[in-house]
Design a protein around this ligand. Structure first.
Ligand code: GDP
Length: 413
């Protein structure tokens, strides 16, 4: 097929942002969309056709209720944010979205630390082996404590949590963060959206603390890999490059959960968090290939994440949209598909045609001629498709590993 790839698979991240309600998931997501987008403005409601309707609806209801996906770019990396609802009533939706993402950012309230729903979503992510990084948010709040929050993560969620940053200042004195991998400070000038930041030396009064925690991070990374262990034992330390690469591997392998911090609301820490998504969470090539079964023989089929494999995608959300009709959000696990192609819904054993392929951005929809391995797209034209269904080309059927998805379609007013 003559479909040309524009984004390298290594430079793709399919992530979710998970949190207890009110920890700041929406604020963090909005800031990410701001920093990765050019024209998106917080608080501005765009005209219907061009807007992601779910954002408007969510703003009205005040909680995150849907599980759509938004595509954005950070440097050379394309990031698909799969929206994981934070409200406890929607744990099935959380599970559904966890199924299709490759990594997650877990957001915590820097005053409250781990809260009951943080535990719920954490256990769900454990179930699917989703690699995670943590973001201790709201460090500008009175009573905020990075240490308290960090310890609650380590004690209540995972002993594998390790500090990757430390805050510089706290509460209304929050100035920035220390990056323990690169051993440098990142300090903001101002608190507004456009505020600039600069890299600085680690402040003298925090140097000892930073060195202690960097040593701990290094030890944990060294322990995660035989070659690194050997180097570490011989040299007493790792190089920064080894530390960074090792942390990436250990995070992807669920051996380490690095913890970052800041205040999304005060626009401090979100750009380094985006760097961390790129640096430490996996591309579709770095997660185990998806398994499925041959619908006729029941034999196991493994689909490698590659464009030259037969097309296979999993529908994870069906929405009706007043402008386009039914949107079927799907994760492409292998192969490519051009708009206008005939496909089969293997789960329902029905022939279908994909009329259009859309990608949702913060403030516009993009119509694509095709979708490729790793992509998260909205397919238009599928009938009788519900969440959890497998979509393939007619001559290469596979039933992808799926889970029970109870509720069917969300109507958007
Ligand atoms: P969600 O329920 O997890 O999506 O949380 P929201 O993003 O809606 O945030 C809940 C409340 O906390 C809102 O009033 C936000 O303005 C506020 N908030 C979010 N992030 C921060 C932060 O970094 N600092 C402070 N002080 N407030 C924040």
């Amino acid at each position: 097929m003559a479909v040309k790839r524009t984004v390298k698979l290594e430079q793709l991240r399919n992530i979710g942002i998970m949190a207890h309600i009110d920890a700041g998931k929406t604020t963090t997501t909005e800031r990410i969309l701001f920093y990765t987008g050019k024209s998106y403005k917080i608080g501005e409601v765009h005209d219907g056709a061009a807007t992601m309707d779910w954002m408007v609806q969510e703003q009205e209801r005040g909680i995150t209720i849907t599980s759509a996906a938004t595509t954005c770019a950070w440097g050379d990396t394309t990031i698909n944010i799969i929206d994981t609802p934070g409200h406890v009533d929607f744990t099935v939706e959380v599970e559904r979205s966890l199924r299709v993402l490759d990594g997650a950012v877990t957001v915590f309230d820097g005053v409250a630390g781990v809260e009951p729903q943080s535990e719920t979503v954490w256990r769900q992510a454990d179930k699917y082996g989703v690699p995670r990084i943590c973001f201790v948010n709201k460090l500008d709040r009175t009573g905020a404590s990075f240490e308290y929050s960090f310890n609650s993560i380590r004690e209540r969620l995972t002993p594998d949590a390790v500090r990757a940053q430390l805050p510089i200042g706290l509460e209304d004195q929050l100035e920035g963060v220390i990056d323990l991998v690169e051993m440098r400070g990142i300090v903001w000038k101002g608190e507004d959206l456009g505020a600039s930041f600069e890299y600085v030396e680690v402040p003298a009064e925090l140097k000892d603390e930073a060195e202690t925690y960097r040593a701990e991070l290094m030890e944990r990374v060294a322990e995660s890999d035989e070659e690194l262990t050997e180097y570490y034992l011989e040299n007493g330390e790792l190089t920064t490059e080894q530390l960074k690469d090792g942390l990436r591997r250990a995070t992807i392998n669920n051996q380490i959960v690095p913890v970052f911090c800041g205040s999304a609301f005060k626009n401090k820490g979100v750009q380094p968090l985006l760097d961390a998504v790129v640096d430490y969470l996996p591309s579709p090539l770095e997660v185990p290939p998806i398994k499925g079964t041959d619908p006729k023989s029941g034999n196991e089929i493994i689909r490698e994440p590659a464009d030259d494999q037969p097309f296979a995608a999993l529908a994870f959300k069906v929405m009706t949209d007043p402008y386009v009709g039914t949107l079927t959000f799907a994760r492409v696990y292998s192969g490519t598909l051009e708009a206008g192609s005939h496909v089969v819904n293997v789960t329902k054993d029905s022939k279908q045609r994909v009329g259009r392929i859309l990608q949702m951005h913060a403030n516009h929809r993009e119509e694509n001629v095709a979708c490729m391995t790793g992509d998260i797209v909205a397919l238009v034209g599928l009938k009788d498709t519900t969440t959890g269904d497998t979509i393939t080309t007619p001559d290469s059927r596979v039933l992808l590993e799926s889970m029970e998805f109870p509720d069917p379609v969300i109507e958007i007013a």
